[in-house]
Write a protein that binds this ligand. Structure first.
Ligand code: NCD
Ligand code: ZN
Length: 447
């Protein structure tokens, strides 16, 4: 289409900026206005920008989704797409970003514990080449903050930094306690946001080898998480933009909130406990906690006390997981199911939609310096259409992760019916119909 600027009709009761062109088409449905679902119309220009909001908008084309709800697409701050290094038949950028698109996620932040790990600019470039033009949604790339990584180089190219304080998949030797303040200083000097995997390995009890989810919780207890969080808070320079990954306990969440830092909770810690019958497939770092701890974390999330939701999508082959507990790697897939699981909780009346959109869309986008996650004038039209009546039982056969399994088998999910990326439809009737045009994003903080 030729991008001919059109004025918004004088009859329109709409907000539109005089600098923006008129809409080429209008998406009409219901949306959150002042925390309540109301009819909304979104005017979208030919270049995929939201240029008008209101009622009775005029444009050459109109798509009315009736009672369905239009939401911004989600930003997932925590995925492991295993690319490069694979195994590619477990996960890779092309497949992982299609899962994201189908799950309503429009931007993913990919972790650096790939093979090889992203520790300098050349590794970052190698990863960038695997994203550009090959992914269904945009990607932000983490660099690894280690004693030997080239943070000066990463600062020029990475989207954020990740610090692992304990051994986990792809991380054998975490920094010593004495190294932590220096690493936090380097992160602050880089100007990049920093996400910390906070567990203190000095508090792990790994002998005798844990053989169940309950053992795993006792082996890497919440107190190990609390100790690492305290240590990082105490050593963090004021100017550091700090975020804690996968918080498992309401007490720790409240502590981080009090210190004024950002943090996330993951769907498995909100919805599953160590009582899960899934065995080693539900082995994750940090571990699933008790049912009581899970219930407290959920309660805090439902009250709006947890700023961000992030999947910690960390797939492993079923053959690697279905072994004796001590031998199984930690991590489970989640990027396609995160939002559908939580949308089902909204429908069940257990979660407020405005709180979910704050945690899954708005706050993660702000933390990572991306102008997205809200339906606002001048934002890119990255939007979802959700029909709350179309619930379905989650089953691995319907999902798209090459690893082929989910710990949420049988759980209710509400998957977006449509997903728009810059005004282009990439998901229709729950099927991916897009082309791989994803780009690598970096933070855009106001100076
Ligand atoms: C992650 C993985 O497999 O890469 N595993 C996990 O249990 N979350 C690593 C990590 O984030 O700890
Ligand atoms: Zn992770």
């Amino acid at each position: 289409m030729v991008p001919v600027p059109r004025r918004v009709s004088a009859r329109s009761r709409a907000s539109a900026s005089p600098e923006l062109p008129g809409p080429d088409w209008v998406l009409a449905g219901r949306g959150l206005v002042d925390g309540h679902l109301q009819p909304i119309e979104i005017g979208i220009s030919d270049d995929g920008t939201i240029v008008a909001l209101g009622r009775d908008l005029h444009a050459p084309e109109r798509h009315d989704v009736g009672e369905s709800v239009v939401l911004p697409s989600a930003t997932d701050l925590h995925v492991h797409f295993r690319d490069p290094g694979g195994p590619a038949d477990v996960e890779n950028f092309a497949a992982g970003t299609i899962e994201a698109a189908l799950g309503g996620v429009g931007l993913v932040a990919d972790m650096p514990n790939t093979r090889p790990a992203v520790t300098d600019a050349s590794r970052l470039e190698e990863k960038r080449a695997r994203v550009t033009g090959r992914t269904a949604v945009d990607v932000l790339l983490y660099g690894a903050l280690t004693a030997t990584s080239r943070v000066d180089q990463l600062a020029m190219a990475a989207g954020a930094l990740k610090l692992y304080l304990s051994p986990t998949t792809g991380v054998e030797r975490p920094p010593t306690r004495a190294e932590i303040p220096g690493l936090l200083q380097r992160a602050a000097a880089s100007g990049l946001p920093l996400t910390v995997h906070a567990e203190d390995p000095a508090q792990f009890v790994l002998e005798p080898p844990p053989t169940s989810l309950s053992d795993w919780d006792r082996a890497r207890p919440w107190t190990a998480e609390a100790a690492a969080v305290e240590e990082v808070i105490a050593a963090a320079p004021r100017e550091l933009r700090l975020h804690f990954a996968h918080v498992t306990s309401a007490r720790i969440a409240e502590r981080i909130a009090k210190a004024g830092h950002s943090f996330e909770a993951s769907p498995h810690h909100l919805l599953l406990s160590r009582a899960s019958k899934v065995g080693p497939r539900a082995k994750v770092n940090p571990p699933l906690r008790s049912e009581g701890e899970r219930a407290h974390l959920w309660e805090l999330f439902a009250l709006g006390g947890i700023p961000c939701l992030a999947s910690d999508h960390a797939p492993h082959a079923a053959s690697a997981k279905d072994v004796a507990f001590p031998l199984a790697p930690s991590g489970m897939p989640n990027v396609e199911t995160m939002l559908p699981l939580l949308l089902a909780k909204v429908r069940a009346g257990e979660l407020d939609l405005a709180r979910l959109t704050a945690a899954a869309m708005d706050r993660p986008s702000r933390w990572i310096g991306q102008p997205r996650g809200r339906i606002a004038l001048g934002h890119r039209a990255d939007l979802l259409v959700v029909d709350f009546r179309s619930r379905r039982k989650i089953t691995a056969g319907d999902l798209h992760a090459p690893c082929g399994w989910t710990a949420f088998e049988g759980y209710e999910g509400i998957f977006p019916r449509e997903h728009y990326r810059a005004g282009e439809r990439i998901v229709l009737a729950g099927e991916y119909i897009g082309t791989p045009t994803g780009v690598v994003r970096r933070p855009e903080f106001a100076a």
